[in-house]
Design a protein around this ligand. Structure first.
Ligand SMILES: [Zn+2]
Length: 111
């Protein structure tokens, strides 16, 4: 019964978790929502690991295997990173935080 209820930090009234503001005092309860929406498009893969992998093992596409892009990872392995050019492009994209994982989510450095 009380699972979906939270307590208002201002007046202490028990309100529904879905409530945007407290019905008693009007205090906003869902201030976190905005950042949750932004994080939806950010990959769960670790940026630092991806970056280290592309620097040291990018020539054989290991960073692509790490982020779940197995198909292009194999292609990169066979072509030796497009003779280094493809790896260099990936390295720049990772460094800029625009490289995406297999779900199309950007891999960014989380602070
Ligand atoms: Zn309240």
């Amino acid at each position: 019964m009380y699972e979906n209820m939270i307590q208002c930090p201002i007046c202490g009234k028990k309100v529904s978790m879905r409530a945007i503001t407290c019905p008693k005092c009007g205090h906003p309860l869902y201030i976190k929502e905005e950042s949750e929406v932004e994080e939806k498009d950010i990959s769960e893969y670790n940026w630092l690991i991806t970056f280290v992998l592309v620097v040291f093992l990018g020539g054989i596409g290991i960073h692509r295997f790490y982020v779940g892009k197995t198909g292009t990872g194999i292609l990169m392995l066979i072509t030796l990173g497009g003779l280094g050019i493809w790896t260099l492009i990936d390295l720049i994209m990772i460094a800029l935080g625009v490289f995406t994982d297999s779900k199309g989510k950007k891999i960014k450095l989380k602070l």
